[in-house]
Design a protein around this ligand. Structure first.
Ligand SMILES: Cc1cc2nc3c(=O)[nH]c(=O)nc-3n(C[C@H](O)[C@H](O)[C@H](O)COP(=O)(O)OP(=O)(O)OC[C@H]3O[C@@H](n4cnc5c(N)ncnc54)[C@H](O)[C@@H]3O)c2cc1C
Length: 343
């Protein structure tokens, strides 16, 4: 779970409406777009990358390099770095970008005259649910595939491998799920085992959110959830993002657990049509559990590997060339264990 992948050159500025924030990747690849800090210097080579107009440096190194330049005070006004195609002529750009150049012009972006600002963004999760070779989870009858599953990409996914992974392992999961379900009449489930979840779903919180839109209590619940969510996002970016330290991860872990307690104090907003506060409550609950899993595993991994970069442990440790598994303990707490090394 400690391995989210950061996409290094997400679009930051100027405003780009109606276009994909990771659109720059293929153009940079084709044309050798230059990454420059606020002083106009190329910098990726300072962090072990080999950029120089080509595109051979991995995503983790470029994300790290951009974040370090920002930390050193050499960020652009938006907080990232420049991506420049200014060394290319208008015709060359039009040939490579095709109609995209007109959509950029509609956004006021002329690449012959100005660079754009880019920054790392969270992109993909190498971690995920643990499955066996049939894509079965530990819950009988529950199969998983795609990005929700961990393991296929190790510590760092190669570009382009996620969609094939979802398709290939999705077929395997579907086949085995069908075999499992074949001939079975209905799900065998125990109301007693599901009791805590059913109680949670039935808890309407008494706020009347969704029944009386805009009622003060409903509005307050929505605002409180929004604040917790925003704090979680900032906390993760600052402490569990591209640059990590033991101290930062411990701070994050403690605060995430505090946010879990704060969420428990907010009653589940009631049922009702289009009740987004209710959805937000459950999204945040899942988000907090994921955040805690990531921070917990990252704190225990005292090395740098793939997309997990520890400032206090910059080297790779061969002893840690193995997975960690996060699980719920019988008391409902998250616990993390090292798996045995592969023979
Ligand atoms: C901007 C971007 C560009 C990318 N480009 C590439 C690329 O070029 N090549 C490549 O290989 N990979 C790429 N990736 C990664 C790849 O797209 C994803 O890993 C892949 O699409 C994941 O597929 P999936 O089916 O596992 O999950 P998803 O596509 O995320 O599908 C999960 C679905 O579940 C739904 N869902 C979530 N919660 C619930 C719920 N509670 N109830 C019901 N439904 C729910 C979601 O709405 C979603 O539709 C890119 C990713 C991003 C973000």
């Amino acid at each position: 779970m400690e391995f989210p992948q950061f996409f290094p050159i997400g679009h930051l500025a100027p405003r780009l409406v109606g276009m994909d924030p990771i659109m720059w990747d293929p153009f940079r690849y084709k044309l050798g777009g230059r990454l420059l800090n606020a002083a106009g210097e190329e910098f990726v080579h300072r962090y072990g990358g080999e950029d120089e107009g080509r595109y051979v440096t991995t995503r983790d190194i470029i994300s790290y390099a951009i974040t370090k330049e920002a930390e050193a005070g050499r960020a652009t006004p938006g907080g990232g770095v420049y991506l420049s195609f200014e060394h290319l002529g208008e015709n060359e750009l039009r040939e490579a970008f095709g109609p995209v150049i007109d959509r950029l012009a509609a956004n006021g972006i002329d690449l012959t005259r100005l660079p754009v600002e880019v920054s790392p963004i969270a992109h993909y999760h190498m971690g995920g649910v643990r499955v066996d070779e049939e894509m079965a989870t530990r819950v009988p009858g529950l199969y998983a595939a795609g990005e929700a599953v961990g393991g296929a990409s190790g510590a760092n996914r190669l570009s382009g491998n996620a969609i094939p992974e979802a398709l290939v392992f999705g077929e395997t999961a579907g086949r085995h799920a069908a075999r499992f379900a074949d001939g079975k009449a209905g799900g065998a489930w125990s109301r007693e085992a599901a009791r805590p979840h059913l109680e949670l779903l039935a808890a309407n919180g008494g706020h009347g959110v969704g029944r009386r839109p805009g009622a003060a209590t409903g509005h307050n619940t929505g605002a409180a959830l929004g604040e917790l969510r925003a704090e979680l996002a900032d906390l993760m970016w600052e402490n569990v993002g591209v640059l990590r330290t033991g101290a930062g991860l411990s701070t994050a872990l403690e605060r995430i657990r505090g946010l879990v307690r704060q969420l428990e104090e907010i009653p589940v907003p009631g049922e009702g049509p289009y009740n987004l506060a209710r959805q937000d409550w459950f999204d945040l609950r899942g988000g907090l559990m994921t955040a805690e899993s990531v921070a917990l595993a990252a704190l225990r991994r005292t090395e740098s590997r793939g997309a997990h970069q520890r400032e206090d442990h910059p080297e790779m440790d061969p002893e840690q060339a193995r997975n960690q598994v996060v699980r719920l303990d019988s008391d409902g707490r998250l616990a993390c264990d090292w798996m045995h090394r592969a023979a």
